[in-house]
Design a binder for this molecule. Structure first.
Ligand SMILES: [Zn+2]
Length: 138
């Protein structure tokens, strides 16, 4: 415990950030453990509706789990960036990310301008990929 105090005085702000990121990561890990422990039921037996609901439930759990894992991955990247001193610096343009943004998005690796640019590029790629294929409309 005494080491913690020394650590705080030595690293100051970065330690707070690290704690924040770790706390989020711990929360996600705990959730993932709980999700993993939920028994997979409803598929082997019962009526059709039970089966369908069971499958739907599993799909949803899988989606939640993959989102949590992605979030955990981003938080780990952020923690690494804290260690290397890159945290709070935009990975695209090298500008410092405003503290307000880091507070809202602790795992942000880009400034707002770059994030916008990346999201627009991402969206246009998605639109092109889906262009002409209307299978979702069926
Ligand atoms: Zn930037």
């Amino acid at each position: 415990m005494a080491n913690d105090v020394i650590e705080i005085t030595r690293t100051g702000k970065n330690d707070r950030v690290r704690r924040l990121l770790r706390a989020e990561l711990d929360g996600i890990s705990a959730r993932l453990h709980r999700e993993a422990e939920v028994p997979i039921g409803g598929v082997d037996g019962g009526n059709f509706l039970d089966v369908a609901q069971g499958v739907e439930h599993q799909e949803r759990e899988r989606l939640i789990a993959s989102r949590l894992m992605e979030q955990a991955r981003r938080l780990r990247v952020a923690l690494t960036r804290v260690s290397t001193g890159e945290y709070g610096v935009c990975s695209e343009c090298g500008a410092s990310i405003p503290p307000k943004r880091l507070l809202a998005v602790p795992d942000a690796t880009t400034c707002v301008a770059c994030q916008d640019r990346l999201e627009r590029a991402d969206a246009s790629v998605r639109t092109r990929t889906n262009g002409g294929v209307d299978e979702e409309e069926m």
